[in-house]
Design a protein around this ligand. Structure first.
Ligand code: NAD
Length: 359
């Protein structure tokens, strides 16, 4: 296996920004997309990092992903808002939708924002981090409209997407809790990363095209397709179903159906965001002291065998970020080759992108 290429975060941002800009995006969009993707890499989620660029370029080229869009209001009652993402870059649409949601929650104490028809909105934790940064509790239910890749509990083929759920809890003077995961055993991008690296998946992660258990990631990357399993057996499946219905249908968007099972490279997200302001609920001080007391109690217990400590959700991502800011972001050579090929498709010269990346 060839060694990873190590790129500093600011240089990786500059390289990705140049590719996105060549695809027709304005400077703000190129910056937001590049920073969001590199932040996912920094936080250890390579599945939602710069490796998404080839897919975005394919979607752009076939007319799925639309550049320079803004969320369009379809309903606005104050605390209740419905937005159409107009197939725009999810990094921009998600960012702007969260600004609207935060402003409404600060005003009313509560906000529910239904966003549909956004192109891939990436790492959902990014959106919770915006809200907890404004001292709000942040809840997100997300569906994915693309090729189905996850099987129902008991099902032998793929019927829906990796439908993430994310909840952010703000903490005064301390790092927030950010729980952010796919309801599939692993995110789809992680099967792509494994495939590109030529490494097997853990047993019990996927099934092949005949519904049989396999560890070969190609069954989720190239035909004939199998499916990823849900985490937590019937429980993860139940959460995936709820994320589909709340993120996809309640927001006014689409749910997954065979009709979307084409060759299109576009990937669209619907997201229901619910924000609560603890200060407006009148429990802010109590909430914070209970969070401190409970998390202190939970994390101060003895360590189980094989573990160095008990962590809170969000902590691993911060540890990854500290390390990668210092050491650089590893990009496997296959992914880097795909990124350069994608750059070529929008007319950006490989030599320029490589120079910007400092390699
Ligand atoms: P994951 O399995 O790595 O789980 C991550 C969550 O678990 C984080 O909240 C993390 O802080 C917490 N965690 C991890 N180790 C922990 C520990 N030791 N102790 C306590 N908490 C711990 O994540 P995933 O399911 O692979 O998802 C990766 C990313 O993919 C997420 O950011 C998700 O939003 C994103 N995603 C996006 C889409 C989309 O369509 N936009 C679809 C699926 C997933």
């Amino acid at each position: 296996m060839a060694a990873d290429i190590i790129i500093s975060a600011p240089k990786l941002v500059a390289a990705v920004e140049a590719i996105v800009a060549r695809g027709g995006s304005n400077a703000r969009e190129a910056k937001l997309v590049a920073e969001n993707l590199v932040e996912a890499n920094l936080k250890g989620h390579d599945s939602h990092g710069v490796g998404m660029i080839p897919r975005y370029v394919e979607s752009l080229k076939e007319g799925g992903l639309q550049v320079n869009q803004a969320p369009k209001f379809e309903l606005d009652t104050g605390p209740l808002v419905r937005l159409n993402g107009q197939a725009g870059y999810g990094q921009v649409i998600g960012h702007d939708a969260m600004h609207i949601a935060i402003e409404r929650a600060q005003k009313h104490g509560l906000a529910a924002v239904g966003l549909h028809n956004a192109h891939h909105i990436g790492r959902i934790g990014a959106w919770a981090e915006m809200a907890v940064g404004a001292c709000l509790v942040s809840m997100h239910f997300v569906n994915v409209v693309s090729r189905p890749i996850v099987a129902a509990w008991g099902g032998g083929d793929a019927r829906f997407g990796t439908n993430p759920i994310c909840i952010g809890v703000p903490r005064q003077g301390q790092e927030p809790i950010v729980l952010d995961f796919a309801t599939s055993r692993i995110a789809q991008g992680k099967t792509r990363v494994a495939h590109n690296k030529g490494v097997p998946l853990a047993p019990g992660t996927i099934i092949d095209n005949e519904g049989r258990p396999t560890t070969d990631p190609r069954y989720t990357v190239i035909p004939p397709f199998g499916a990823i399993l849900t985490f937590g057996e019937h429980k993860g499946y139940g959460l995936a179903m709820i994320a589909e219905l709340l993120g996809g249908a309640l927001t006014g968007g689409a749910t997954m159906r065979k009709a979307y099972d084409g060759k299109s490279r576009g990937v669209y997200n619907g997201m229901l965001t619910i924000l609560i302001d603890p200060a407006k609920l009148g429990t802010s001080e109590h909430f914070q002291s209970e969070i401190d007391a409970f998390t202190g109690w939970v994390t101060s217990g003895p360590k189980a065998q094989g573990f160095d400590k008990v962590r809170l959700a969000g902590e691993p991502e911060r540890e990854w970020k500290a390390k990668r800011l210092k050491d650089g972001v590893p990009v496997d050579p296959t992914t880097w080759g795909e990124i350069l090929a994608a750059a070529g498709k929008v007319g950006a010269a490989s030599a320029d992108i490589t120079r910007l990346a400092g390699i």
